[in-house]
Write a protein that binds this ligand. Sequence first.
Ligand code: MG
Length: 382
Amino acid sequence: MLKPPRIFALIVAAGSGVRAGGGMPKQYRPLGGKSLLRYSVEAFARHPAIAGTLIAIGPDHGTYYKEATQGLNLLPPVIGGKERADSVKAGLAGLAKEKPDYVLVHDAARPFLSAALIDRVVKALRPGRGVVPALPMADTVRRLVKKDWEEVERSGLMRIQTPQGFPFKELSELQTEDVATFTDDAALWLAGNLPLDYVEGDERLRKVTNEEDIAWAEAAARGRVATGFGYDVHRLVDGIAIMLGGISIPHNKKLDGHSDADVVLHALVDAILGALAEGDIGQHFPPSDPKWKSADSSLFVEEAVRRVAARGGSILHADLTVICEAPKLAPHRAAIQQRIASLLNVAPEKVGVKATTTEGLGFTGKGEGIAAQAVVTLSLPA
Ligand code: MG
């Protein structure tokens, strides 16, 4: 079988742009609870086709960078240059030791990069060819020269966005001394007389330049809030340990089920799927499928989290209630909270873990089974 190509992402974020206000470089402006830069970094860092992500930053942006990329697994940043092209050059040099086959170069100023767009660019990568996301012009375009409105033929006019994908070696070879005159990598590529393809761009990839764009981006980042609810029950049988919330707790019973029967994670998965309105756990991981026999339920959570990312969403909060008489949850609460936070890629303070008994009443009270409830809040693109 052919080895899959090694594809890396390079984000240019060295600009000192303060035109958008806020008293800091625009790529670090907070937007819906995280920095503008972090949106595209997360999109690359979580995309299965991307082997690694490197960011070219400004010489005095170290502190901003650290804060903006906290918890993400990235290649060490490089210091970019005065012009965008200088930063691309520095970034490519920084990536060279990874021996990429292809590189996707992206502007930090375009925060709303979807997994679907990365897919389109990645699928269009070909040896010897470049690829850009592009959109047609809807407006009539004219060039104003002194006081004359010159006509510009609209047909065939395209707005070119990023990430732009290129074979790494060829793009690196084009990095000569005077790259600074090129406003994007496609321009440099075309100047080298090399073929360029395009895929459909995305209106939401709008470049954030001024204060007005920031206002738009804030509204877009807010998106809409969706809430999902999940409920699950599993029967208790004799055992030595019980899986609850992704951790194994020593106990004289275990939960019975096709997978590891982690009732807490099952309720959580249903809550995520509910917020996405994408069915339920049984539909995605049917118990009739031998593949899920004794499966670690954290796999189900990871898949649900991938679906959130694929929809361009993010998890705002999860709240869980475990209903049982035994085992006592209190000694394990912090471990469950940590484990679920790491599965959801969120901070532990965004995961509530609570336990209750039913005062000896009903199946949970009699110790016949354990029930769990989960509520998940997502933000999704409007
Ligand atoms: Mg279940």
